[in-house]
Structure formats: C-alpha cells, structure tokens
Design a protein around this ligand. Structure first.
Ligand code: 1CP
Length: 344
C-alpha cells in the first residue's frame, strides 16, 4: 500500500521536496476561535473532556491553515488525574495537582490498568476526529513522558528547575522509581487506547528532559520512553512515534535508536545545521523554529524558516516550532511561516 499522507511519508524516512508542517500548541489561545470555544466549554478541563468541543478546537487550526497534521486536543496532566490525583487549573498561573511524595500516597494511586474509564472522553474525541479530518491530514495522539509527568505529580505544579522531583529522586529512590513505573505502565495503556480509537502517530512530550544530567538522562528520560515505544511497537508496529526530549542539547545525537522512535523532535536550542549532521542521520526530525518568531514575524521569520528548511532538505523532516506557540503570537505570522515553507 502506498502511503499518501505527507507526515506519514516523512516519518517512514522519505525526504520530501516540501516538508509537511504542523505546530506545537496549534490549537490555543493565540486563536480567537479557540478562546470562543473555550468560553463555551467553561474552563480548560471541561474543554478537554468534552469530545465535541475538543474535536472542534483540534480542527480549528486545520481549517484556518491547512496543517498537515492535527494533534489531539487534551493535556499531559489528564493521565495523573486518571490515576487518582486531583487536578485543577488556576487562571493566569497554570496547573495544580495533589502531590505524590510518600509511599502511602503512591500506594493510593489507582492501578495503571484502570485509567481507561476516566479517559474514555479522550478516545471519543479521537473517534470524532478520525471521521472529520481532511483525507491528507494525519492525526497525532500524545502523552507526557514519565519523567515530565512525574515532575508535575511530585511538585503539584510546573517548576522552573523541577527541583521537587530531583529532591525525591535523591532522597527516596523507591517512591520515585515506583512513580515512574506506574506512569510508564499507565501511559502504555493510554496510548494503546488512543491508537485503537484512531490515532495514526504518537508523540511523547519530555518537556523537562533538559534538567536530567549524567546517568539520570539515560535512566529517567530515555529508559521509560524506550519501555513505552517497545510496548507500542510490539502491539502496533506500523504506528510511528515521535519523541521530544526538550533541552537535550548535545545529547540529541543518536536518540532514534536509544528511544526506539521514528522521529526526534528538536527544540530551538540546537542549530538545524548541527542537527542535520548529528540527529537526522538517524531518521526523521521535527522542528525547530523558535516560537518567538510567531510573535515578532517579519524578515527574521522568513530567513530563519528558510534556513531550517534548507538545512534539513537532504533527509526526512517535519517542519514545526521548537516549542509551543505562545498566546501573544500573531495568527498572520503563522500564515507567513507556512507560506515560506511551502514556497508561496
Ligand atoms: O488556558 C488554556 O486554554 C490552557 C492552556 C493549555 C493548552 C491550550 C494547557 C494548559 N494545555 C493545552 C493543550 C495542550 N497541552 C496540548 C494540545 C494540543 C496542541 O498542541 O495544540 C498539548 C499537546 C499539551 C501538552 C502539554 N501540557 C505539555 C507538553 C508540551 C509542552 O508545552 O512542553 C505540558 C508541559 C503541559 C502542561 C501544561 N498544560 C497547560 C499548561 C499551561 C501547562 C504548562 C504548565 C507549567 O509547566 O507551568
């Protein structure tokens, strides 16, 4: 069977004349239509758990820009909630969770195998999207990596340096390892169900990989992601996996094999020229325009976009930002980026 969708072609290793494009956080607060639907839902979590509205906001950037991939609208913190953690969002500040730092709190979590009941609305969103996306658009499902999810479950919120998670790792390795294990197992259950519902590609967000140094990087960023990719690949060998160990720096080299991923997503901390020589040699890469260009636009956006397209033109590449688009971005700059990539 010939693969038609450009994202799937790039993920299978093909160098395309024009790289396919999508954008992290492409559904979000920079879009007026997103803000309207979010207001209709009431709050962010109600939006995530409302399949019709979550599908609607997933489709909004596809309608507006014709991106080559849609990413399921959900959040990496729904999984801790499915495991029994309390989760709420403080307006203007971000997520808050009940914390896991003791053996008793760890033991009180639900078994990894039981997360599907709570997460069934997410699978419903995927089913709606599978029926409503344009034929050429690839549907990406996702989860956080065990380390990144653990940093939120331990601290109870986002932290600049993931200090509380590092402290638990150093002071109570048994509880820390137990938490990583249960998140890993639950993520396999969650992502398998996303694939069963219709997700065509899976992305693992290790947003805080950059704070793991020395052996910790291999043990807590790479190894848990590797366990997830092995489990998914043995059950669903044809579903490509994108891994995003954000902030990996020079450790970005050779990660396709180490993680068992078809594609490595790059942040903008590495240059495209360096990554073409050191990462793309292992397979498809995704990235890596700095998100600030979506705010500032102009000649710098065009020049930087062209530089990235050129640097990766010799191999498989999916164009993306180095991290999520920010709420202060100008929607017109997104169009300028797309037109530049497509040579319009
Ligand atoms: O007010 C709002 O509308 C909420 C803002 C928002 C949005 C739009 C949050 C809260 N999450 C999301 C959606 C989301 N989150 C998606 C949807 C699809 C898309 O990309 O369009 C995805 C893939 C995520 C993933 C996610 N959530 C990550 C990994 C990616 C990354 O940005 O590094 C992380 C770390 C989160 C946690 C989270 N959720 C929301 C916020 C503000 C945060 C960061 C919190 C912090 O560290 O302080």
């Amino acid at each position: 069977m010939t693969i038609q969708k450009t994202v799937l072609r790039a993920l299978s290793g093909e160098a395309l004349p024009v790289p396919p494009i999508w954008m992290m956080r492409q559904a979000g607060r920079y879009l007026p239509e997103y803000k309207a639907t979010r207001a209709q839902a009431g709050d962010f979590l109600s939006l995530c758990y409302n399949p019709e509205l979550a599908a609607e906001v997933t489709l909004q950037p596809i309608r507006r820009y014709g991106f080559d991939a849609a990413i399921l609208f959900a959040d990496i913190l729904l999984l801790p909630q499915a495991l029994g953690a309390d989760l709420w969002f403080v307006t203007g500040e971000g997520p808050r969770l009940s914390t896991i730092t003791t053996a008793d709190q760890l033991a009180a979590l639900k078994p990894a195998a039981d997360v599907n009941d709570h997460l069934s609305p997410i699978y419903e969103t995927i089913k709606i999207l599978s029926k409503s996306l344009p034929v050429g658009t690839t549907l990406i499902g996702f989860a956080g990596s065990p380390w990144t999810v653990a940093t939120y479950m331990i601290a109870g919120q986002g932290t600049p340096d993931q200090g509380p998670a590092h402290a638990l790792k150093d002071e109570n390795r048994l509880v820390f390892d137990g938490l990583i294990d249960i998140i890993t197992d639950a993520t396999i259950v969650y992502l398998s169900a996303q694939i069963e519902a219709g997700a065509e590609v899976i992305k693992l967000f290790d947003s805080w990989a950059g704070s793991l140094h020395g052996d910790d990087f291999a043990q807590y960023s790479i190894a848990p992601m590797r366990k997830i990719t092995s489990a998914l690949k043995s059950a669903y060998p044809d579903v490509p996996i994108i891994a995003f160990p954000r902030g990996a720096g020079e450790k970005y080299g050779n990660l396709h094999t180490a993680i068992g991923a078809d594609c490595i997503a790059l942040d903008d901390g590495v240059s495209a020229d360096w990554a073409a020589k050191n990462v793309q040699t292992g397979g498809c890469v995704q990235g890596n325009l700095a998100s600030r260009h979506m705010v500032t636009g102009g000649d710098a956006l065009v020049a930087e976009t062209r530089k990235i397209v050129d640097a990766f033109s010799g191999g498989p590449h999916i164009f993306n930002l180095g991290h999520g688009i920010t709420p202060d971005a100008d929607p017109e700059n997104v169009q300028l980026m797309i037109d530049t990539v497509r040579g319009i």
